[in-house]
Design a binder for this molecule. Structure first.
Ligand SMILES: [Zn+2]
Length: 83
């Protein structure tokens, strides 16, 4: 069993969420991170949850990677300071 399998198994026991679902979520998070890393300049202008005020998700129009509002805020603040 790999370390990831072990961690997923433990999280599954704690949370009651099936280990397979945890591993799939982990794979999606890793894939999203790789997409975001490969982007030259993000444009988080696509609101994935327009009906929500809290718990929003934003999609980059350039790479398709997704972030939450906190990550969007800090990224855009960083851009302002670099321009
Ligand atoms: Zn991007």
């Amino acid at each position: 069993m790999s370390e990831i399998d072990n961690i997923a198994q433990k999280l599954s026991e704690i949370s009651g969420v099936p280990s397979r679902d945890i591993q799939q979520t982990w794979a999606r998070v890793k894939q999203n991170g790789a997409i975001l890393d490969g982007c030259g300049r993000h444009d988080f202008s696509i609101d994935l949850r327009p009906e929500k005020v809290a718990g929003k998700r934003w999609k980059c129009a350039n790479c398709g990677g997704e972030v939450n509002s906190e990550n969007k805020y800090w990224y855009e603040l960083g851009l302002e300071h670099n321009d």
